[in-house]
Design a protein around this ligand. Structure first.
Ligand code: FAD
Ligand code: NAP
Length: 375
């Protein structure tokens, strides 16, 4: 039998799905456990899982209605198989992200003056696409299109793409299982609530016993030190905590002796703790040092890098003892700010100038003692 992969995903059974942040949290976060039993799939701590989502049925029904098509009309897929329009829009095609190529194909049918101008103006098109989906395009009389058949419509759509999630479990701690820690993406645009396709598929639409198509995505650049005695510093605000749950599980399974230090951050202590029940005994036993930044519990923001800066002397001692530093989470802002803080700590505590500090961090990177998993 062909091994399971991105091209041939494994239908993993959902074992459990639960919210880990509390109701009212601004960072709705869910934990999902899948069974990998019978798949032959193996993963290493630090890897990611690819998930093939299914679109929101309500959005699909609204889109079919706006297009004036029939949900049960048969469509032919590119692999030669046939299914209903509704099933194709739920499971096969991307109906949310708007891209230039698909809009141009749509406009070949729509013949919209508005879209024709937008397609000639890169910046205006980018602005138009942000926060819009195909339902918006189909519902606007200036841009709507009348397709002769459901097959003609799906022919313009790109395929639904898998999303990656850092694996939040260790294969040695929970053999045959894989866990994820997922932040639900929700926002409002043009007066309509919007849902991130995969994160809300996992948060809202799966239940134990369901099958979800998954594959393992190896991440060789995010690995625990080979020597279990090496201290590790883990910086993972928000869903950035995900691979670090795998790290602490792995270190415990390995009976590793190296100290661990976790920097976590989220808005409010009252609603936004993650895996605190699992962390408490590790903290109490002195296995793991925990520094948490509740960003909105006071008038001014407190972020992980502020705690790192305040603990700079101790971080420097850990670095000089050979500690490896790991960072996971938001790439756009957090990762840059945390890296800058690390450089400041190295320069200040190691009495170095800017260039020497940059060289020190570059050397850590070359020794695989500084690794990032940011998205
Ligand atoms: C290696 C890797 C590891 C990852 N690990 C994790 C993890 O452990 N946990 C986790 O939760 N995520 C993780 N992610 C992110 C994850 O892959 C998805 O990108 C995320 O869940 C969003 O996917 P979605 O399908 O829900 O949203 P999509 O349907 O893809 O929607 C997201 C898009 O919505 C749009 N959007 C978002 N907000 C707004 C707004 N306010 N206004 C207008 N448009 C907006 C943006 O275009 C954005 O790109 C990881 C990503 C990578 C690459
Ligand atoms: N592209 C972006 O601008 C952007 C922004 C946020 C999240 N995201 C993405 O949204 C998804 C979910 O995010 P998440 O749930 O993991 O949480 P998150 O939005 O990263 O938030 C987690 C914690 O980090 C804080 N934070 C905000 N800016 C920070 C910074 N510059 N440095 C350090 N900490 C900072 C947040 O504080 P406050 O919220 O109180 O400021 C919060 O307490 C991820 O995929 C992430 O990449 C993208």
């Amino acid at each position: 039998m062909e091994p399971y992969s991105m091209k041939n995903p494994f239908p993993a059974t959902v074992r459990a799905v639960r919210h880990i942040t509390k109701p009212g949290s601004a960072k709705e976060t869910v934990h999902v456990d899948f069974s990998l039993e019978g798949s032959g799939l193996e993963y290493t701590t630090g890897d990611a899982l690819g998930v093939l989502p299914r679109n929101d049925e309500q959005l699909v029904d609204a889109l079919i209605g706006a297009l004036g098509l029939q949900a049960e009309e048969t469509v032919s897929l590119s692999d030669g198989s046939q299914t209903s329009l509704r099933e194709a829009l739920i499971g096969v095609y991307d109906i949310t992200a708007l891209k230039k190529g698909a809009l141009a194909k749509w406009n070949a049918v729509a013949q919209s003056g508005k879209l024709t101008s937008l397609l000639e103006d890169k910046e205006a098109l980018k602005e138009y696409c942000y926060g819009r989906d195909w339902l918006d395009v189909a519902s606007d009389p200036e841009t709507t299109a009348h397709f002769a058949s459901a097959t003609d419509f799906v022919a313009i759509l790109p395929k639904l793409t898998p999303r990656l999630y850092s694996i939040a479990s260790s294969p040695d701690a929970v053999p045959g299982q894989v866990s994820l820690c997922v932040g639900a993406v929700r926002y409002e645009s043009l007066g309509r609530p919007r849902k991130g396709v995969c994160s809300t598929f996992l948060a809202d639409r799966i239940k134990p016993g369901d099958k979800v198509r998954v594959f393992v995505h190896s991440n060789k650049n995010f690995r625990l030190p080979e020597d279990g005695a090496t201290p590790i510093i883990m910086v993972g605000p928000g869903t950035g905590i995900a691979p670090f749950r795998a790290f602490w599980q792995q270190r415990i399974a390995d009976h590793a002796t190296g100290p661990m230090w976790l920097f976590f951050g989220n808005p409010y202590k009252a609603t936004d703790g993650c895996y605190e029940d699992e962390l408490e005994p590790l903290i109490a036993n002195g296995v793991l040092k925990y520094s948490v930044a509740w960003s909105r519990d006071q008038a001014h923001k407190i972020y992980v890098q502020h705690l790192m800066d305040a603990a700079g002397a101790e971080i420097w001692q850990w670095l000089e003892k050979g500690a490896a530093v790991y960072m996971c989470g938001d790439a756009n802002r957090m990762a840059k700010d945390v890296e800058q803080t690390l450089l400041v700590i190295i320069a200040r505590e190691g009495r170095m100038d800017e260039q020497q500090a940059a060289d020190y961090l570059a050397a850590m990177k070359a020794q695989k003692r500084y690794q990032k998993d940011v998205y």
